[in-house]
Design a protein around this ligand. Structure first.
Ligand code: ZN
Ligand code: ZN
Length: 152
């Protein structure tokens, strides 16, 4: 895909290694790549780049793969923490009513997701809590290392 190539300038590595979480981050998707997927991630998801960067990917695997944390071992900080560089930041919206935990996360990588989520939040408030007035939504930035689940 041409768009993929545009997302990865020649001077940028395919994978970034984050030593704090011991994860490989794909520079195109801007998500962490689980260890078992590192081998196939670029050939499956970004085949054009995979061909061009074969040597680089091989070297990354040789150097980093043994050090990568297993998905279950990746520590998900539950306090707000500094964002992880190279990973997409999404926006979480939470229902303002007491202990109703309804929430929506607007994903940065889905087109028009923000409007969709806000519509959903408004619909929830109207249907569940009979709120007539439109809420003023304030989002909280969240990141997810792997495509799921969300971390703060
Ligand atoms: Zn990718
Ligand atoms: Zn609610």
């Amino acid at each position: 895909m041409k768009t993929d190539e545009k997302k990865l300038p020649d001077n940028q590595p395919c994978f970034k290694y984050n030593s704090e979480y011991r994860i490989a981050i794909c520079s195109v998707c801007k998500y962490g790549v689980p260890p078992r997927s590192v081998k196939r991630h670029f050939s499956d998801e970004h085949p054009v780049i995979a061909k061009k960067r074969k040597a680089e990917i091989k070297l990354f695997r040789q150097e980093r793969e043994p050090h990568l944390a297993q998905v279950g071992d990746v520590v998900h900080p539950d306090q707000v923490c500094a964002p992880i560089e190279g990973i997409l930041t999404h926006t979480r919206y939470v229902c303002p009513v007491g202990d109703c935990r309804f929430e929506g996360v607007a994903r940065a990588d889905y087109p028009n997701h923000h409007q969709t989520i806000l519509k959903e939040m408004n619909r929830h408030c109207k249907n569940v809590h009979a709120m007539i007035k439109q809420q003023k939504w304030e989002g909280v930035p969240v990141q997810t290392i792997f495509k799921n689940p969300y971390i703060k």
